[in-house]
Design a protein around this ligand. Structure first.
Ligand code: ATP
Ligand code: MG
Length: 768
């Protein structure tokens, strides 16, 4: 099968570059991610590398999954041996494989940001530190920031007493984590970095193994991630693979998390990149949309410079609406969205973007009232819900009893008569002996000793009872033995929570299946035996290297793996598996995604650009890049709105429209708001009806009709990149759609059955 068939000359050149480091610098929608995925497929197909020789870094777990699925449709390959994931996911895998060398317990656990914060609060309390002077959040930021720069407490330079104290607390925090056998997100990366930089044989092993390291969204790597890549690529050493980086400096939007767009130029320099390829053809957006993006971003000073063009035609103008309030803004969105759905657009092809999470409430409310299904990305994720975290805490204790956060979360939940006083005594004992709370229980006497002892028995009992069981069964038993089900059963509003808890059994089943853990394997007596066979232990210079060619099951018990998954998944923007629903998310979480229609809401000064940006160096430029990301998510339709007044964080704000409107090309815009608002409310016409009438009666009548026809042609909603199945040809991927109303044809890549051009009005295709 010809993987290269549907690439333009620049893309083709990029995909087939020789095994040297390369930088693909290109604007939004120019096929960077496609090029990266195709390159992996091509390298494998042409036998240049085995799946084990590939490492690919994506920005979210979801993107990693998509990449694996895409690869599986492109060629018959076992994707398990490949390391494809986020930096965090990949570092987790590395640390699990070499936990001894990384000085971690085998079942180390991952703290999500919520756990991390509560741990820091406990630490401050234990150390008698004034939390007004040293707010827990500040300390957390301080620690994560240092780790993101690759700095341990001893390496942070402190200039004043406050900073010196912070450094001291950072040190204490790290000690506590080590004692409990837990790592935070930043630690995953730092620990992996330290492991590879200190352990030369191990480093060389991976350098030889990963012949090709491919990185998507390279502009958002931070310094630590960049240095980790350098280690893997054997920078300055004899061995080492090639790094294939794709990115867009104009989409660098994570400076606040330490991302450093300067890494792109550093990469070019450090790796003496000879292959720099620019992609300038945009395949995603219609002309007016792309023009808007190009105009806007031209206002930024520091750019590496590149252009984007499209063959798609101008398409519809960008529609802009001025609402009187946030409530009315939401109403307008719903009206417009209904029109789009009336034209045949699937709901999941409509995205509503906002700058800050707090904006979603009003929109959600309106969607709910209108009975339109929707999914919110990045809200409170499943694994972060209180009841789910409680259940997870029980499982964590069974896997690693020294996790104090987990212990404190459930030692008296549901209540079992263990009071604050008992916990204080226990804490004292733990401090005295320098051990975990769990380990300190035997030192307790009296009533506290009895009740705490009962809790330990509960955990030990559950561990014993479930040790021969598969993970989903184990979860079920824990839900019962912990009394969580009974507890919520007695609660008035507990039904939802029970449902969420029961959902965990399914989540475990799905996980076990997806990750290939043998269903009947003992859950936590170590790895299933059949997988152990594939595990090779290498020795180099007397150091044991567990070869990570073997899939995850050989390096982690199902329970440990599931718990890591719960922590990592909770940190990701992940939609619940849902049917056809409208997509709500922040602009940040929309990175890399695309939709037929996009609404960008709340374009007001102070909100977008956000008020905090005025304080930051380069702040407004970063907001502008964010706006560029938002605009370039849209394929066919783009809507923008702002309101005169809005409730946010309990305050009514009166807003000026965003400066970004002045930076868009007037020809591409269509201002919808009528001059005298009271008029149209009196006429009881929706703004859309009002506007469309004006539009159709106006001089651009013809264009309006053409556009309507054109979109009706694609109205069935097939799109390039979509996976389909056909009765005769099997599974395939749509690589091109051409022709208009009634005569649309799709070129579909059916893998083994080859490339076919099918008439969309006749071919019987189904979505996968
Ligand atoms: P972003 O910067 O937003 O991450 P990107 O550069 O990664 O965008 P892709 O998502 O890879 O762009 O591609 C954008 C869209 O264009 C996708 O739908 C992709 O399938 C399509 N596309 C890319 N290259 C081609 C091509 N040569 N022919 C047809 N469609 C293409
Ligand atoms: Mg991309």
């Amino acid at each position: 099968m010809n993987l290269l068939h549907n690439l333009n000359p620049e893309q083709l050149a990029a995909v087939t570059l020789p095994a040297q480091s390369a930088l693909i610098l290109a604007g939004a929608g120019s096929g960077k991610t496609r090029v990266l995925t195709t390159r992996i497929a091509w390298l494998l197909q042409t036998g240049q590398v085995s799946p084990a020789g590939i490492m690919a870094v994506t920005f979210t777990n979801k993107a990693a999954k998509e990449m694996l699925t895409r690869l599986a449709t492109m060629l018959p390959v076992n994707t398990r041996g490949m390391w494809i994931g986020t930096f965090h996911g990949l570092c987790n895998r590395l640390l699990r494989t070499h936990y001894r060398d990384a000085a971690l317990p085998q079942s180390f656990q991952i703290l999500d940001s919520q756990d991390q914060l509560s741990m820091i609060k406990r630490l401050l309390k234990a150390a008698n530190v004034d939390d007004e002077k040293y707010p827990a959040k500040n300390l957390m930021y301080f620690i994560n920031n240092a780790k993101d720069q690759g700095l341990r407490a001893g390496q942070v330079e402190a200039y004043d007493p406050i900073e010196r104290k912070m450094v001291e607390l950072y040190e204490l925090y790290d000690q506590q984590c080590q004692k409990e056998g837990v790592v935070d997100f930043a630690e995953l990366l730092l620990r992996a970095y330290e492991l590879l930089s200190r352990n030369a044989p191990l480093r060389q092993h991976y350098q030889m193994r990963f012949k090709h390291v491919l990185v998507d969204e390279f502009q958002d790597t931070n310094d630590l991630q960049y240095n980790l890549l350098k280690l893997l690529a054997g920078h300055g050493e004899q061995v080492g693979g090639a790094i294939f980086a794709v990115g867009d400096d104009d989409q660098s939007i994570y400076a606040f998390r330490g991302a450093n767009v300067g890494n792109m130029s550093a990469f070019e320099r450090d790796f003496k990149v000879r292959n720099l390829i620019k992609l300038e053809q945009n395949y995603r957006s219609h002309g007016h949309i792309l023009d808007s993006a190009n105009y806007l971003i031209a206002n930024n000073q520091k750019r590496l410079g590149k252009n984007l063009r499209t063959d798609a035609g101008l398409g519809e103008p960008v529609r802009i609406y001025e609402a009187s309030s946030d409530l009315e803004e939401a109403q307008w969105i719903i009206e417009e969205a209904k029109n789009l759905m009336g034209e045949g657009l699937p709901r999941k092809e409509i995205a509503i973007l906002y700058r800050s999470n707090a904006q979603s409430r009003v929109i959600e409310h309106a969607l709910f009232a209108a009975g339109i299904p929707y999914t919110v990305y990045g809200g409170l994720r499943y694994f972060q819900r209180a009841e789910v975290k409680h259940a997870i805490a029980y499982l964590q204790l069974m896997d690693n009893p020294h996790n104090d956060s987990a212990f404190l979360r459930v030692v008296n939940f549901p209540t079992r008569g263990i009071g604050v006083r008992s916990i204080e005594q226990l804490q004292m004992a733990a401090d005295t002996y320098g051990i975990s709370l769990y380990a300190a229980v035997p030192y307790m006497t009296g009533k506290a000793g009895t009740s705490l002892g009962g809790f330990v028995k509960l955990i030990e009992g559950a561990r014993f009872e479930t040790q021969q069981l598969a993970l989903p069964e184990m979860v079920r038993i824990v839900l019962e033995r912990s009394n969580l089900l009974t507890h919520y059963g007695n609660e008035k509003e507990g039904a939802d929570r029970i449902e969420n808890l029961e959902q965990m059994v399914n989540a475990a089943a799905q996980f076990v299946q997806e990750e290939g853990f043998g269903q009947s394997a003992p859950a936590h007596l170590g790895p299933p035996s059949q997988a152990q066979a594939g595990e090779a232990v290498l020795y180099q210079d007397g150091i044991e290297i567990l070869d990570a060619d073997a899939p995850l099951p050989s390096v982690m018990s199902p329970l440990s793996a599931f718990l890591a998954h719960a922590s990592l998944e909770a940190g990701d923007a992940q939609a619940q598996a849902g049917q056809d629903a409208m997509q709500l998310m922040t602009v940040h979480s929309a990175k890399g995604l695309e939709f037929d229609a996009v609404f960008i809401t709340g374009l007001e000064e102070g909100l977008f650009p956000h008020e905090t940006s005025a304080r930051e160096l380069d702040g407004v430029d970063e907001e502008r890049r964010l706006m560029y990301v938002a605009i370039t998510r849209a394929r066919k339709r783009l809507y923008m709105s702002f309101t005169q007044q809005r409730m946010l964080h309990g305050q009514t704000r009166f807003n000026m429209k965003s400066r970004f409107f002045d930076e868009l090309p007037e020809e591409a815009l269509k201002w919808l708001s009528p001059r005298v608002q009271s008029n149209w409310f009196a006429n009881k016409k929706s703004p859309t009806a009002w506007d469309d009438a004006a539009f159709r009666n106006g001089s651009d009548n013809k264009i309006a009709q053409q556009i309507t026809q054109k979109s009706a042609g694609n109205g069935v909603g097939w799109r390039v990149g979509e996976s389909v199945t056909h009765a005769k040809f099997g599974e395939g991927v749509i690589v091109n759609i051409e022709g208009g109303a009634g005569a649309a044809r799709a070129q579909i890549n059916f893998g083994a059955s080859g490339m076919k051009v099918l008439d969309l009005s006749v071919a019987k295709l189904e979505r996968i």
